[in-house]
Design a protein around this ligand. Sequence first.
Ligand code: ZN
Length: 392
Amino acid sequence: MKITGDHQLIKKINTYIVLDTIRREFPISRADISAKTGLNKATVSGLVSELIEAHFVTETGLGESSGGRKPMMLLFNQQAGYAIGVDLGVNYILAMITDLSGAIVKEKKIELADLEVEAVTDKLKRTIHGLIRKAPPSPYGIVGIGVGVPGLVDDQGRVLSAPNLGWESVPLRDMLQAEFGLEVSIDNEANAGALGEKEFGAGRAVSNLLYISVGIGIGAGIILNDALYRGVSGFSGEVGHMMLAQDGPRCGCGNRGCWETFASEKALLLQANKLRLGDEPTPRLHALLAAAKQDVTGVRELFADTGHWLGIGIANLVNVFNPALIVIGNRMSLASEWIADSIHESLDTRSLAFHRKHTSVAYSQLGMASSALGAASMAIGHFFSKMKATWE
Ligand SMILES: [Zn+2]
C-alpha cells in the first residue's frame, strides 16, 4: 500500500503529540496517553515503541493499577541530549547547559567590562566551548544553542539594535552557527525570560502571561494562548516605552516620559544618586538593597516609588491583556521585598476591577536564570520541531 503524504503528516503529528504528552506528564502509562490524546491504544503503543527506539522514552517499573494488570510506566528521557542556554546581559554572560527538561547541569557566569562586539563574542564562544566540553555523553549530544540578548532581534537572528551594549546589526546567529555547527536560536531577553518562566517557572500552569523584565530598561515577553506573541516584525513587548507622562524625563529612545524613565533600575539608581550614599559616586543596585535592609534614610522610599511606577505600568498592561499572571523578572525582582506593597497599591487602585480580579503578580521563580533557561528552551523547542520533520 502506498502511504500518502497525508498519512505521513498525520503520523508525524501524532508522534509529536505522544512525545509532548510524555514530556509534560511523565511518568505516564500508554493507556493514559491514549485517554489524554484521544489516539487509540494500538497507535499509541506503536508510536511509543518508536520513541523508545529513538531514545526519547524509557520504561520504568509498574504503576498503580485501576483494577486489572498494573501498567508499565513511561518516562521522558531527559538525558537524551543537552542544550546550551545563554543570557547575554548588559554587563555579564550567564551560560548554562541543561538537559532536555531544563534541569541545569552546569552554569558559568562571567562579567563583561569591554562591550565591543568582538570582545563579547569571543568570550561568548569560549564560554560555550567550555560548557560543551563538560556535557555528559548522550544519544543526541548538544541539540542546540539559545541566546537571549538585551535588544531587538530579527528573524535571521541578527541583533538589530542593543543600545545598552552599543551594538547595531550584529549577525549573532550566523557567527555562532559558523563557530559551532549547531542550530542557534537568538531572541530578545524578555521573550526568552517569558519562555523560561512559562516552561520551567512561575508560569507553568497558565496560558496567558506577561513577563516583565525590569533591569536597566524595561521589556516584556508576552505569552498568549501558550505561545509567544512576537508582532509582525518580532519586536513586540517594548513596554518600557509606554508613555506615562507627556512632559516626563527624556528617555534613551528620544521620547519623553516613557515607563522606564520612572520604573527601571536605571531610574532608581539616578534617584539614589541624590541621596549621596557612602563613597561610591554611583550606588549600584546591590548597595541600595543593602541600604534598604539597614533602613538607611530615604532608601526604602525610593524602592516604594519604583514599585509605585511599576504598578502604574502594570495596571495599563492588565487592562489591555487581562493576563492570568504577571511575572516580574530580571534584576528588580531582587528588590521584591521593597517594591511589592507599592506595586500592589498602584495596581489595585488603577487597574479596572474586572480585569484585576483574576490576575496574579509573581516574581521570577527562576531568579536570574529565567532568560538563560528560556534560551535553552528555545533550543530544545527547535530540536523537537526538527525531529518532528524527520519522523516517518
Ligand atoms: Zn522611551
